[in-house]
Design a protein around this ligand. Sequence first.
Ligand code: PLP
Length: 422
Amino acid sequence: MSTQQLDEDILALEAEYAGHQAAGLALDLTRGKPSIPQLALSNALDGALEGDFEASDGTDVRGYGGLEGLPEARALGAQLMGVGPEQVLVGGNSSLTLMYLFMMHCHHHGPGGDAPPWRETEGGPRFLCPVPGYDRHFGICEDLGIQMLPVPMTGEGPDMNLVESLVVSDPRIRGLWCVPRYSNPSGETYSEDTVARIAALGRRAAPGFRVMWDNAYSAHHLGAPEPLASITAHCDAAGTAESIAYFASTSKITFAGAGLAFFAGYGATLSAFKKRLEVLTIGPDKVNQLRHARFLGRIGGIDALMAQHREILEPKFRCVSERLQEGLGNTGMGRWTDPAGGYFVSFDTGPGLAREVIALAAGAGVKLTPAGSAFPYGDDPEDTNIRLAPSFPPLEDVDRAMAVFVTCVKLATLRQRRAAEG
Ligand code: PLP
């Protein structure tokens, strides 16, 4: 493109951008939250018990106790995590809280068996963090003072050559974060080879190594489900069952703020964490557990409810994909994911442009997740990654926000090209 053409295109884009600004927008694509119509799908949770407080095993759910959770609630967790119900603990409403507690437990007391507490690791513990990844996972490590080592995602999970070589060569590494299906934010599902290699890590890593297997999006398909190999089966074959800590919740299935959260583990991983929870609580909210079991049973189960979520979510993701393709396809101005499930689209600008695009979008009334948030310590070394979360706003707002986003990507890219020409 000639310099003159570039200048003309920039002027046209600046006019387009001013038009967006004049519209006085206030749109938000920052966080992966279910929308109000999605929350309303579970309104029948309210009143689901109809005065009958007796669980399937005869428990009066109004009382204390039942640390492991009701049988019917453990069965829901088992379904989401792909383990047996006897491996599951149901605790509170937030899997993030369970992850924090589990990490703190490992850090201060050790993950179970003979493994020493992570905090006693010579030089300090380290954790492998696939990037781009979930900012709140990284927040837990940062809070506990566990040093994070980024590992790139490949399209079929973390770069396992790098993971394996680090786990073998660095005795300070104590674990690996994983979102195995429809990862946050890349949307990728781990391949069978990746799952098998993660299952085998427990044989080669330092004692006390744990994989944080956060299956937050296991039922969250936008189309035909992407298959995910069973890490439990691969661990059985490798003799590493205790190396996995499983997590899931119904936050994006029923009520985001009043769902059920699940932990699962095998052997000492389960028994040691259960012992810790016994110190922390006399028992979880079993009323909510029973409400969930009854409500989900009545409507045909988790998959039936997720099909209703899909009807609301899929058009929003299609809109993002179409807007990006129309506006930026074949321009070389960015790469993006087209996820088959989950809550995010991951967009990569050219090097050094994510911060600028996000600032431009903010200037036109479109709030995006801060640059770098999908990286440990907020440090995106190339300044390219932007996480788009279209679930919460209405479809018209997603459409409007994406039009602004496309303008901002084009404007920032052409200005950068112009500046390089001097
Ligand atoms: N794990 C991942 C990968 C997430 O993306 C989220 C929320 O966005 C959570 C966990 C939070 O789960 P919960 O609501 O159960 O705390």
